[in-house]
Design a protein around this ligand. Structure first.
Ligand code: ATP
Ligand code: MG
Length: 382
């Protein structure tokens, strides 16, 4: 977290030591739009080691000339004026070259609206006509869009992210360049694409961004999202991140391995996707096995896809009235099961537990100690 108010003090400290510094990027853009911002970036001609002498810092991106400076309880990313060297695979700058002029630094940035500078006196310095584009609500690359997307193809995804966040149009030349160069996204690390995609899905103008992805054809280069994006763009209400991905992967038939989801998320998406195939059949065993959260999620996807009517209330009622919700609820412990027999612990214990769970769920067996004991005695073969 950081604020413009404190950023001004940080700039003042840098200036006191003879350096130049400006607020740059999203914070200036959001400030001029009178929108809240969470992080203020500062650009300076001070080198990282010089910044570190003035503030308590963490070396968060030394390779790119960035350190995180602590000031009070706020944190600022302070980056030395730089240009990016040659690019490898449209991915990361191969080498970073520090430069003397802030104008050069601004010109390596992605969009005009992100290239506006602000001094500690709130004076605006604009080398890229960013203010004009802010006023006309336009997302436009700084310089030739094809060149800029060749340097870093991720910027194409960032154009959609800013559209979703701000509701702006994407300038025609920028849009045309995206249509032409979308395949280059395949060379970008999927973590970076996923990161922008998740931010995009949290914007206030998601539909607008999805629509642009469709008109430029970018939806076709994102693994497994094509059908989902086309479907969601038509929906009345935009789904949240998880529901969006599950809907896409339901229509796609699988969760593509390319997306670097955490194990937890991949499992959640794959399980929910499989559950959507059950349609109306949220029987006690399904509710018990998958739990309330995943069943509701699958129901929500099926409702969005108009495959079933909304079963939310029924699912909640049925789940809350299950005789047991976990095998820990079974009134006979594994140790007690073993003690009832002359057998050693083994796979058979789990097996008889599962059998009893199914019997209890289907109300053919009462979840009472004596009933369960009788069941074990009758069903375990010594
Ligand atoms: P947000 O509101 O999402 O933080 P932001 O504009 O601050 O938006 P960041 O991702 O925080 O975006 O990046 C900070 C600044 O760094 C951008 O405003 C832009 O000037 C520059 N930048 C970030 N990523 C790129 C990129 N891939 N290519 C060129 N410039 C970039
Ligand atoms: Mg930012």
């Amino acid at each position: 977290m950081s604020t413009i108010r404190t950023a001004k003090k940080v700039i003042y400290e840098l200036k006191k030591q003879g350096f130049d510094a400006y607020i740059v990027g999203g914070a200036v853009r959001d400030h001029l739009l009178k929108q809240p911002t969470t992080d203020v970036d500062i650009t300076t001609n001070a080198k990282p080691h010089q910044v570190s002498k003035i503030f308590k810092t963490k070396p968060t991106g030394l390779k790119y000339g960035t350190v995180t400076a602590m000031y009070g309880d706020e944190q600022f990313e302070i980056t030395t004026y730089r240009v990016d060297g040659t690019y490898i695979d449209n991915r990361h700058p191969d080498e970073v070259v520090f430069v003397e002029s802030v104008e050069e630094d601004v010109k390596r940035r992605d969009f005009t609206i992100n290239g506006i500078l602000m001094t500690e006196k709130e004076e605006i310095i604009d080398y890229v006509n960013g203010q004009e584009d802010l006023n006309s609500k336009m997302i436009r690359t700084i310089g030739d869009p094809k060149e800029r997307f060749t340097e870093d193809a991720l910027r194409m995804m960032r154009a959609f992210y800013f559209q979703s966040k701000l509701g702006f149009q994407i300038d025609k030349a920028t849009r045309d360049a995206i249509s032409e160069m979308k395949e280059n996204l395949k060379t970008v690390a999927m973590e970076r694409i996923l990161n922008e995609m998740i931010k995009l899905l949290q914007g206030s103008h998601v539909r607008k961004a999805l629509k642009s992805m469709i008109t430029t054809g970018v939806h076709k280069v994102l693994p497994g999202l094509e059908k989902g994006i086309v479907y969601v763009e038509q929906m009345d209400e935009m789904p949240f991140v998880d529901a969006f991905f599950i809907l896409c992967f339901t229509l796609n038939g699988s969760v593509p391995k390319e997306w670097p989801f955490s194990n937890k998320h991949r499992h959640r998406y794959e399980t929910a996707r499989q559950l959507t195939e059950k349609l109306e059949d949220f029987d006690p065993y399904t509710l018990y096995t998958y739990g309330l959260d995943l069943c509701l999620l699958a129901n929500r996807i099926n409702t969005m896809l108009k495959r079933t009517k909304n079963l939310k209330q029924k699912i909640e009622y049925d789940y809350n009235h299950l005789p047991i919700q976990s095998d820990l609820d079974l009134k006979l412990r594994a140790t007690e099961i073993i003690a009832l027999t002359n057998k050693k612990a083994g796979a058979w214990v789990k097996q008889i537990q599962t059998e009893m769970v199914i019997e209890v769920l289907n109300q053919r067996l009462k979840n009472e100690k004596s009933a369960l004991e009788t069941y074990v005695k009758e069903h375990v073969i010594e």
